[in-house]
Each structure stands twice: as C-alpha cells, then as structure tokens.
Design a protein around this ligand. Structure first.
Ligand SMILES: Cc1ncc(COP(=O)(O)O)c(C=O)c1O
Length: 405
C-alpha cells in the first residue's frame, strides 16, 4: 500500500495511529485496529489478519466488502459522472425516488448524505408544517433513550442526556416520553405538537423494539392533532429487519408521514433520504431546503443496484436473522448473565447484566468485530449476505468469550 510509509521501528499501523493522535480531533475512542481491505463478510487489518464483521460499519456495509455488483457500478459510474450538484438533472435520482415510493408507501423523496442530515430535513418539514397551521405549533415529541444524530436538531430530539449536555441550550419545545407507554405519549401530545419522532427499533439505545399498539397510538395522536409522524429508519430500515422498512413489520402497516433512512442505502457511499407523503412534503416549497452533495449520480446509481438485489435479500435476512437469534438463545440457556436476545432480521442485541466492553476487545483478538451499546448490550448488524456457516463461526467465537465470564 503506497500511502503508508515504512518507518524504522514503527509499524504502519502504529504510524497511522500516531498521525491521528497528532492531527485529528480527539472525539473518537477507536479500537486499536487499522483496517485495510475486505471481501464478503470479512475484513482484514494491515498485517493481513481477518475479522468476521458482525457490525458492518455500524449497519452500513449491507453487501459486505467488495461486492462485485457494487464495485462494478462504482467503477462504471466513476468514469462517467460522480457529482453534478442539484442545479441539474441526472439519470438516477428520479429513478431511485420512484423505487423508494414503490417500496415505502410514501410519495416524495429528498436525498441527503447521512442519517443526521436526513433527520434535520425531516425536522424542518415538521416545523414548517406546524408554522403553517399556527405560530405556536412547534413542539416535537421524542422518546427517552432514542438516538437521532449529532447535528443540533437531531441532537435536540435525542433522548440521551450524555449526548446533549455539552451543547445546551438545545432546540426549544422538545418533550421526551418513555418507549411503549401509550398513555405517557397521549399526555405529551397536544395542539402545540408539530411532530412525533420514533425509531421503530431503537438501535443505539440497545435494540429496543416499539410495540404495534404504541405505533398505532402515535399514528392516532398525530392524526388527531394534525402533527406529522416521523419514523427514524436510519438503523432499522432499508432491509435490516427483513422488510424494506421496519414499520412494515406492523400488520396492518402503520404508515408514518415521514420516514428517514441512510446507513446501508448506498452500501458504504454516503446517502440518506427523507421520504414523505404529500401532506408532509407540501410543507417544503421551492428554496426551503437543499444540499450540494445529496443524491449525486454515483451514490444513487449504487443504491439502485442495491435495491435491485433487495427482493432476493429480504427473505434471506429474515431466515438468517432467525437462525442467528436461535443460536444466541442456546447461549442464553447456558449463561445466566444473558438477560435477553432481542431484535428483528439482522438487527440483533444480546442484553446482559455484565459489561460488554472487554468482550468486544476479546472478539477482536478472536477475529470478529461486534459492538457494545449502552454498556451491556452486544449489538450485531452483520452484512445481509451473511451465511449460516459465518453465523456459526460468530457463535463459536462468542462461546469462547462468554466462557471467561
Ligand atoms: C436511529 C439513528 N438515527 C440517526 C443516526 C445518525 O446517523 P449518521 O451517523 O449517519 O448521521 C443514527 C446513527 O447511528 C441512528 O442509528
């Protein structure tokens, strides 16, 4: 690799880590691992050690690494057109928006570059909707323990004090309520509510699913008070649960007014979206929102390629997810410290009554990447292409790690 200089007495990985210590904001607490290349569900470090990737770039690398259809699309499109700005049309944005409308049940899309940016746009839509109806209709109801991103609006509705406290004051008019408590929700929503924002399955908050009853009450309350219901599908959406979007787990389907998604949409290229019904979309008129990069030809073309594969992937995500959870349930029987195995499809959490941080380090040692959220929940967001054999391997590694407890 030409970009890593060979220095005496310093390994390439140490050199890279030293550069980051000297020149980057010290906001990330990275694991001591420098990744270099990947293939399928495996990624390798600079020294060539392979890791089974059960977190996939926090739910981004949906087709793993170096998927031939994705690399082909990137190669071809990079030679044609990477960026145009939104001053002009290109071939792929409208086509991807049409696909999103077909699979979401919502009508109109705005493309962004990340999750938090999608949430910002959705919040502007909510505010503009409220403003049109009454100057005091600006409140947003969000959930305890939620995570919606790091920009100011998204942070303001993130129900975890630890992320917000250094940046107060936040956006005014945000109320937090507990998940799956419909009465608390009812008390918080009023004529002043412009929007209700919910993750169908809280990801960063510890893989906590919303009940259908709660979702239905949120829908009723949004309708009663002419507020917009927003589902944050950034982590749980775009196939992760074995449905295009997690709200499609409900029966009959509880449709939001606005849905935001991002992470896996373009298989590693930055792309996010806000998809809205006509009522919500009407809040945003000409010039009210925009993005220089959002919805560029490269990211949209790759996302279309990915969506073409989705009908084949979705049943596999459901069956592989069920298999993974059943194997984890076997481990739960053997280990009293495992309280619960939760999740849908390939969004899986193992809730424990012991800390998980050392387990994540042990997993790296054993050749597997996973994540721990909320101190005690091991989180797995593997690529959608994972095989049963790879799941068995991950369970084998977990067995070894759990034995140490
Ligand atoms: C549910 C949810 N919303 C929003 C975000 C923010 O997305 P991003 O990091 O792409 O800004 C995340 C990221 O983890 C998320 O899980």
């Amino acid at each position: 690799m030409s970009s890593v200089p060979v220095l005496e007495n310093v390994s390439p990985a140490e050199h890279i880590q030293q550069l980051e210590r000297d020149y980057l904001l010290q906001n990330y607490a990275r694991y001591p691992l420098t990744l270099h290349r990947g293939k399928g569900c495996y990624v390798s470090d600079l020294a060539g050690k392979r890791y089974l990737d059960m977190i996939a770039g926090i739910g981004v690398n949906a087709l793993g690494y170096a998927h031939p259809r994705i690399t082909k699309a990137i190669r071809e499109q990079a030679g044609l057109l990477i960026h145009t700005s939104n001053l002009y049309y290109h071939e792929y944005q409208g086509r991807l928006a049409e696909r999103l409308a077909q699979v979401s049940g919502l009508q109109r899309t705005f493309f962004s570059n990340s999750g938090t940016e999608s949430m910002e746009g959705a919040l502007k839509m909510v505010r503009a909707h409220g403003n049109k109806l009454h100057p005091e209709k600006f409140e947003i109801v969000s959930l305890d323990n939620s995570f919606h991103g790091r920009t100011f609006g998204a942070l303001s509705i993130t129900g975890q004090e630890k992320y917000r406290r250094d940046f107060e004051p936040m956006l005014p008019g945000v109320k937090f309520v507990p998940l799956n408590d419909p009465d608390a929700l009812e008390q918080a929503v009023s004529e002043r509510t412009a929007g209700i924002v919910i993750e169908w399955i809280q990801g960063e908050g510890g893989i906590n699913p919303m009940t259908q009853e709660y979702a239905r009450r949120a829908r009723e309350l949004a309708d009663k008070y002419d507020a917009l219901l927003v589902f944050d599908e950034i982590q749980c959406g775009v196939g992760r649960t074995g449905n295009y979007f997690a709200y499609q787990l409900s029966n009959p389907v509880v449709l939001p007014d606005i849905m935001v998604a991002a992470k896996p949409m373009s298989c590693g290229l930055p792309l996010g979206c806000i998809v809205a019904n006509e009522r919500a979309a009407a809040a945003i008129g000409s010039g009210m929102h925009g993005s220089t990069f959002g919805g560029g030809p490269l990211a949209c073309r790759v996302a279309l390629e990915f969506f073409d594969m989705m009908p084949e992937l979705l049943p596999q995500i459901r069956s592989k997810g069920a298999y993974f959870r059943s194997r984890l349930a076997e481990l739960q029987k053997r280990h009293g410290f495992i309280k619960e195995v939760r999740g849908e499809g390939l969004m899986v959490g193992v809730d424990m009554d012991v800390p998980g941080k050392q387990m994540v380090l042990d997993a790296i040692e054993q050749g597997m990447l996973m994540n721990c959220t909320h101190e005690t929940v091991l989180r797995f967001l593997p690529p959608y292409i994972i095989s049963e054999k790879e799941i068995d391997r991950s369970v084998g590694i977990l067995k070894k790690i759990f034995k140490k407890q």
